[in-house]
Design a protein around this ligand. Structure first.
Ligand SMILES: [Zn+2]
Length: 316
């Protein structure tokens, strides 16, 4: 089968489309679409020091497909349209047993801690798959594992309630977009900061420096302190990314005298995954696809990533 393969860390020149062995697993899926996310771009460009394994490495955290072959499954058969939970987890450590597979002691992100789905076929099992509802397209389903689930889990961690105000910084990214549409679904008043005017299609209003109860800020260092100033008393900030840098200044007096909280979040739990699929299906929530590239054009997809205007998908 063909796959995008990273021979060694660091840069597009170390990757190419290659023929590799087809996986041998309880379930083999034929990948149809994959989403391109910061994690994949960082892995391919060698920008972040993740513990990438194995090498040579197939990246790809977020993908959907059709069950091709089954040697062992209680739930799936050939022809089922499926979406893959994007985490490696053992199911046995205390974090997994507590329902936090995203914090598994021996786990990690699919496509980082294991080979991923930027390939024609992917080997997996019952534990990692959910069926895609008939009414949902592959193009909408493919944004659920990373973009959708990260936002869903973050809003749950931060305890966003109906009637509260939610500000999303960097709202045109996929997680930002889902934070806005899922926040609105929870009954929050939503505001965004973005240069892209289409973000308003989420139903959010452009932020006009009003104080808010909850901030989703995954931009990292840039203007972190400025946005904190607009967090109301009792407010919470949730972060799951560091796009502009990892360090931020913090006014501790502002934090404790207003009983504000800063919360970290990563990925989502196994239980949240089917919950979110149902929610997105029932409410017909859409992602914003900008461009679709064939596998053979993946280098162009990476090059255009920085200046994208919506989702970039890879087609297999
Ligand atoms: Zn575990």
């Amino acid at each position: 089968m063909k796959a995008i393969v990273i021979r060694q860390p660091g840069g597009l020149e170390n990757t190419r489309v290659e023929d590799v062995d087809k996986p041998k697993s309880p379930i083999t899926i034929r990948v149809t679409y994959a989403g391109l996310n910061p994690v994949d771009v960082n892995v391919i460009l060698g920008k972040v020091n993740y513990n990438i394994t194995p090498y040579p490495h197939i990246p790809g955290a977020e993908f959907v497909g059709v069950v091709e072959g089954v040697t062992s499954s209680k739930k799936f058969k050939a022809g089922d349209r499926v979406v893959v939970y994007p985490r490696v987890y053992d199911g046995s450590c205390e974090r997994c047993r507590g329902g936090s597979e995203e914090l598994c002691r021996t786990g990690g992100v699919t496509g980082v801690a294991s080979n991923g789905g930027f390939s024609e076929f992917f080997g997996t099992d019952d534990e990692h798959l959910e069926k895609i509802p008939d009414s949902m397209s592959f193009e909408d389903a493919v944004s659920i594992p990373v973009g959708g689930l990260t936002a869903y889990h973050a809003l749950s961690r931060v305890g966003l309630r109906s009637g509260e105000s939610l500000l999303v910084i960097g709202a045109s990214g996929n997680t930002g977009w889902y934070s806005l549409i899922l926040g609105k679904l929870k009954g929050a008043r939503t505001f965004y900061v973005s240069r892209k005017k289409w973000v308003a299609e989420s139903g959010a209003a452009e932020w006009n420096k009003e104080k808010v109860d909850v901030i989703v800020n995954s931009l990292g260092s840039a203007a972190w302190e400025t946005y904190m100033d607009y967090l109301d008393t009792g407010g919470r900030v949730v972060t799951f990314g560091t796009l502009t840098g990892r360090e931020a200044k913090l006014n501790l007096a502002h934090l404790y005298t207003g009983e504000r909280s800063i919360i970290g979040s990563t990925g989502g739990t196994r239980k949240e995954f089917p919950e979110l699929i149902r929610l997105i299906s029932e409410n017909k929530l859409k992602s914003r696809v900008w461009k679709v590239f064939e596998m053979s054009e993946y280098q162009n997809a990476i090059k255009e990533y920085e200046n994208r205007d919506g989702r970039i998908l890879l087609k297999f």
